[in-house]
Design a protein around this ligand. Structure first.
Ligand SMILES: [Zn+2]
Length: 160
């Protein structure tokens, strides 16, 4: 696994953890104060103050919801539209070569704020640090792909 060099994160790691939800705070206060990039009726996108890479943004629903399944249809739609808009902004401004877009669920997966779900958008450039090594790490894929696929399909069928 590649090492991630992000010295500015030490402030986050050492600092006393802010108990308040940054997404709810950002929703309530002025845009500039919380680095809100854009805000729609149901979602918000803001800068990650402890970025893994330049342009690391966070997109979240306005409502304090931690569970994906608890999002209303209109929130999901708005969230993804906001995600697309936010990515477009990054396309325009930073012109990265690619992106990592993802959601960390629970602390074990690296979620700093577990109570309010949010999508990470991390621009990537050729030759930059390997972000989310978990996604690329072959150690994680201990289960055969086909086996996992089947389990997912079965679970999907049952959920109908
Ligand atoms: Zn919140």
């Amino acid at each position: 696994m590649d090492k991630l060099w992000a010295p500015w994160r030490i402030r986050y790691i050492r600092g006393s953890k802010n108990k308040k939800c940054i997404f709810c705070q950002a929703n309530k206060s002025t845009k500039k104060q919380n680095y809100v990039v854009l805000k729609t009726r149901y979602s918000i996108s803001l800068m990650n103050l402890f970025p893994y890479n330049n342009g690391h943004l966070l997109v979240s629903p306005l409502r304090h919801v931690g569970e994906l399944a608890r999002l209303k249809d209109f929130e999901v739609l708005d969230l993804f539209k906001t995600l697309a808009k936010t990515k477009k902004l990054l396309d325009k401004v930073l012109k990265p070569n690619g992106y990592n877009i993802g959601i960390n669920i629970s602390q074990i997966a690296g979620a700093g704020i577990t109570g309010h779900l949010h999508i990470h958008i991390v621009p990537r450039w050729k030759g930059d640090t390997n972000f989310m090594p978990v996604l690329n790490d072959t150690k994680v894929i201990s289960q055969s792909l086909r086996e996992l696929y089947q389990q997912l399909r079965d679970a999907y069928t049952k959920s109908d």
